[in-house]
Design a protein around this ligand. Structure first.
Ligand SMILES: [Cu+2]
Length: 543
């Protein structure tokens, strides 16, 4: 698609938007409560809640291991899954399942994943939260073209292109190397056909990461159709803690989806052939599904012992924000004991009654079900939802006598605190809808190769993000620490190392980030996937 068409789409949306681009103070107050997205209703009857057991994604076995690395292979393929009972849904999957298989990595041991693309569309794999060299980070035009599609590269290139060069046969790939601001470090000749090997050195602490599609302009529909999975990193520091483990450690991928009459995933793409990025006007502020899936199952239930469980909660929804709360609450409250966030363990646990989680954020929570009488049915609620979207899943507390040796120590680890005085500069990034260019950062729609920042390798900077409406802001390469929210202390969900921070309407959040180990072109972007696809991304180049 060319720039003219893209801008045209943006203008049409602005005309229809209920939310103004530059809201005044009164509007801003109204927006402070508003959450993004529009509900897309399914065309099939929704199943009753708590009927299907909670699935746990299988852990992928390496195809081989050597002294320094574990090697994996994943085939991206269409699979017909039974997500709603009695219906078949064609999904785009990693390895035939949704979520994809869970990779379990050891800190300091390299993970090498060979992805083979047997889908009908190009893909890009991003390891979210990974501390990854640029060439394996999933830069959004580093396409992995479908197997056997080499003769047709120019078609895919045009699909990925938001620029004026769409009529040029190499647009979207190597052709972008000629664009303004392109550096040698961001050589855009990394499109390949059939297979790509991503290498993750994994020089990072234990944390809940996830991998998902990141193709420019099409991340929303690709993730919606199923391209997401867990990637856990473990280390000795965490292993030494007496946390719940084994069957009492559950990854929970939250994702809302909608279904068409034939059981397929419904998604309001501007162009159902996915030749043009973005969604129809009504869904410019994001797509909300009316079916809540946990690990790919609608409103599942899980039998639990009267014991502590570690719940690694990931919000893999395109747009939906959740306020998670247990119902009933155990007497005394504080049921959701947060032990970690996006970037791994917190220094000390934080007991929450409720946890607010924006797209792409992770909360590592310990829940002690022995605080409930045997037989209690404990619902995980989403207090930001209504009707069917207010319920997420249910835990059924068993009556069988069990042993639980786990505890949550008062001190979980020693966290390095980044020092604001060490910051060499402060940069400001405004996340706003622009009058003439869709969703933008500093009024600029995304253009590969145009860097909005060039931090020096090894340096620490303060990045200040501000918003018009809700934007969950994600920075690649390094985790950050939240310094302030609206000039005040960080909020209750900002603790520890994070890689995604939720900006509420008309907020300013300052984070401290240190750029380590790898030079090259990386991204910062909104993780509302519809905003991301409609150009709310920017490059930064570490040099
Ligand atoms: Cu956004």
């Amino acid at each position: 698609m060319n720039r003219r068409r893209f801008l045209g789409a943006g203008v049409a949306v602005l005309g229809a938007g209920a939310v103004g681009a530059f809201a005044g103070p009164a509007t801003a107050r109204l927006l402070a409560e508003a959450r993004p997205g529009r509900l897309l209703s399914s065309e099939v009857p929704l199943p009753a809640a708590f009927q299907v057991p909670l699935p746990v994604p299988a852990v992928l076995a390496p195809v081989r291991s050597d002294a320094t690395a574990d090697h994996y292979e994943i085939t991206q393929q269409v699979a017909r899954l039974e997500i709603l009972p009695g219906l078949r849904t064609e999904a785009w999957t990693y390895g035939g399942t949704f979520p994809g298989p869970t990779l379990v990595a050891r800190s300091g041991r390299e993970v090498v994943v060979r992805h083979r693309n047997e889908l009908a569309v190009p893909t890009v794999v991003h390891l979210h939260g990974g501390h990854t060299p640029a060439e394996s980070d999933g830069y959004p035009v580093d396409l992995l073209l479908p197997v056997g599609s080499s003769a047709d590269r120019s078609t895919w290139a045009a699909h990925a292109d938001h620029t004026d060069h769409a009529d040029h046969p190499t647009a979207g790939m190597a052709g972008m190397a000629g664009m303004t601001g392109m550096t040698g470090a961001a050589d855009r000749s990394r499109t390949v056909t059939g297979e790509r090997t991503y290498a993750y050195p994994c020089r990072q602490r234990a944390a809940t990461l996830w991998y998902h599609d990141h193709r420019m302009g099409f991340t929303g529909p690709a993730v919606w159709r199923g391209l997401a999975g867990f990637h856990l990193v473990r280390d000795e520091e965490e292993d030494a803690l007496p946390l719940p483990r084994g069957e009492r450690e559950l990854p929970l991928m939250l994702a809302d989806r909608s279904f068409a009459a034939d059981g397929s995933f419904a998604y309001p793409a501007a162009d159902q052939t996915l030749a043009v990025p973005g969604v129809t006007e009504d869904y410019m502020n994001g797509v909300l599904g009316d079916v809540l899936l946990v690990n790919g199952a609608p409103w599942p239930r899980a039998g639990v012992d009267r014991a502590r469980y570690r719940l690694r909660v990931l919000n893999a929804s395109n747009t939906r924000l959740y306020r998670l709360e247990l119902d009933p609450q155990p007497s005394g409250g504080g049921a959701l004991v947060q032990i970690g966030g996006d970037g791994g363990l917190l220094e000390q646990p934080i007991a929450h009654d409720a946890v607010e989680i924006a797209p792409a954020e992770r909360f590592d929570l310990v829940v002690d079900f022995s605080r409930y009488p045997a037989g209690t049915q404990v619902r995980l609620m989403n207090r930001f939802g209504s009707g069917r979207t207010e319920e997420v899943m249910r835990f059924d507390v068993s009556s069988r006598p069990v042993r639980d040796d786990s505890t949550v120590p008062e001190r979980l680890c020693t966290l390095e605190r980044l020092d604001p005085a060490a910051a060499v500069t402060t940069r400001t990034f405004g996340f706003r809808r622009s009058r003439n260019a869709g969703w933008t950062i500093n009024n600029q729609p995304y253009e590969p190769g145009r860097a909005l920042a060039r931090p020096a390798l090894g340096s620490t900077e303060i990045w200040r993000f501000f918003s018009d409406v809700h934007h969950p802001v994600h920075v690649h390469l390094n985790s950050f620490q939240v310094l302030s929210r609206n000039g005040k202390d960080p909020g209750p969900y900002d603790a520890g190392w994070k890689d995604t921070v939720d900006l509420r309407p008309a907020e300013a959040v300052e984070v401290l980030v240190r750029f380590t180990d790898y030079a090259g072109a990386y991204m910062l972007h909104c993780h509302n996937l519809e905003h991301e696809d409609m150009a709310m991304m920017a490059d930064f180049v570490v040099e």
